[in-house]
Design a protein around this ligand. Structure first.
Ligand SMILES: Cc1cc2nc3c(=O)[nH]c(=O)nc-3n(C[C@H](O)[C@H](O)[C@H](O)COP(=O)(O)OP(=O)(O)OC[C@H]3O[C@@H](n4cnc5c(N)ncnc54)[C@H](O)[C@@H]3O)c2cc1C
Length: 416
């Protein structure tokens, strides 16, 4: 619908905009009920559509799930690492429960493999005990502290002095999950407009007006030059779930105080895959102690049995806004980085052979804190924070965002 509107109107728009003193006052407008920016907000779109809202999902890419939602570890987290009562803790624990049920009910491929968080030196034991306390405070009831010898009997390739077993951790096929959310949202009449970008917005009356362009119109945009929208959309509800671009996008909503929009930080995480092995060396997911910015170069096994190590943490700067909307982040994985992986992994997997790590893929964490700063919680902003009725910003949805997605959707809809 939207793309047709854009297509039908686009030729008239350029002239209209040029002659308009405000730049977009003569731009065609349309009203809408609920707009979700970014197709990875599919869980929210589905939940809204199930409640009878008329949902339009606007996605800058040619399909859903090409951003962070397809560049992660695909782990269903238990809810261990986060401070008690934080949104991350609440949504992870609730999201895990909802996600397992969702996958079971619909036959979405997943496996509850369980995970071992390992202390590889005596000095790490207090940190491990701390993690157990965090998990218990968050309502993760099945955690079990194990002696290193017991953990190594369970996993003969493992090296550790103590381990924390989390039986409820698992893995999920994230693409099948998103596809299912999409199908259910569309069954409830949600519409998706691909190759369509929200380039900014302004407040008029008390409503946020979204500025929309076809993504291809932005392809040759010169950095910092003004972007003229092809359509102004006036929704009753806007969910800004643009992932890495959520903060840059909110900054382009003219009329929202800069004070409430946090600074964005980006931390790339690269994965290496294990080659030259027929059978995975481990049956559980294996995690070392968390590090600054991440939860350590861990072992995950995907549903096809492929063993991956990662992600590491590399702080990077973001591109300009439009490049960010078009997902022009640098996702390359340099084979040189493997030199850092070998010693990290050998702390708990001594038999890792030289030359067996191959560059895999990378994902970028949408962070609200920089290097050496304390971790930040998810930030879900409504009118009470920014003063704009009907706008909900989702900022800093890093890990455990995939696990939390159904709980975030449930929370947002309950607040409306
Ligand atoms: C390395 C890594 C590992 C992770 N591992 C896990 C894990 O194991 N378990 C877990 O629970 N979580 C994990 N996460 C977190 C999880 O992947 C994210 O929380 C989740 O995918 C974020 O989804 P999102 O919708 O916020 O962002 P995205 O998936 O990036 O979606 C945002 C969408 O918005 C679109 N978009 C952007 N700007 C615009 C615009 N202006 N107009 C229109 N569309 C726009 C993009 O094209 C994109 O499709 C990991 C994250 C990373 C980086």
């Amino acid at each position: 619908m939207l793309r047709n509107t854009i297509r039908n109107c686009s030729s008239k728009i350029a002239t209209a905009i040029k002659s308009s003193p405000r730049g977009f006052a003569a731009t065609p407008t349309e009203t809408a009920d609920a707009v979700v920016v970014g197709a990875a907000g599919l869980a929210v779109a589905r939940e809204l559509a199930l409640r009878g809202r008329e949902v339009l999902v606007i996605e800058s890419a040619g399909t859903f799930g090409t951003g962070t939602s397809s560049r992660n570890s695909e782990v269903i987290h238990a809810g261990i690492y986060y401070p008690a009562k934080s949104l991350k803790a609440r949504f992870c624990v609730r999201g895990k429960e909802l996600l397992y049920k969702y996958c079971c009910d619909r036959g979405i491929p997943h496996k509850q493999l369980g995970k071992l968080i390992v202390a590889t030196s005596v000095a790490e034991i207090p940190k491990l005990e701390n993690l157990m306390r965090f998990g218990i405070a968050n309502g993760v009831e099945d955690l079990r502290m194990m002696e290193g010898s017991d953990a190594m009997r369970m996993e003969p390739e493992l090296q550790c002095v103590k381990a924390l077993l989390s039986p409820s951790t698992g893995i999920v096929d994230s693409h099948s999950f998103m596809l299912s959310l999409l199908g259910e949202a569309e069954n409830c009449k949600a519409t998706l407009s691909y190759n369509t970008t929200v380039v900014g917005g302004h407040i008029e009356g008390d409503r946020l007006h979204l500025h929309i362009s076809e993504s291809k119109e932005l392809a040759n945009n010169i950095v910092d030059s003004p972007v003229l929208p092809q359509l102004i959309l006036i929704p009753r509800l806007v969910i800004n779930s643009a992932g890495l671009s959520a903060v840059p996008l909110a900054r382009r909503f003219d009329g929202i105080s800069r004070k409430v929009v946090p600074s964005p930080y980006y931390a790339r995480g690269c994965y290496f895959t294990l080659s030259k092995t027929r059978t995975p060396p481990f049956n559980h997911l294996i995690y070392p102690m968390p590090e600054d910015g991440g939860i350590g170069v861990h072992v995950t096994i995907d549903l096809s049995g492929l063993v991956k190590f990662g992600p590491d943490v590399e702080w990077i700067s973001g591109p300009d806004d439009i490049s960010s909307f078009l997902n022009r982040f640098d996702y390359s994985v340099s084979s040189d980085r493997s030199a850092r992986f070998y010693p990290e992994i050998r702390k708990y997997f001594r038999n890792l052979k030289d030359g067996c790590l191959e560059p895999g893929y990378s994902g970028i964490r949408a962070k609200l804190c920089g290097p050496k700063q304390p971790p930040q919680d998810f930030m879900i902003q409504g009118e009470d924070v920014h003063g704009v009725p009907g706008l909900i910003n989702l900022f800093g949805i890093e890990s455990p965002g995939l696990t939390s997605s159904l709980a975030i959707a449930e929370y947002i809809v309950s607040k409306l």
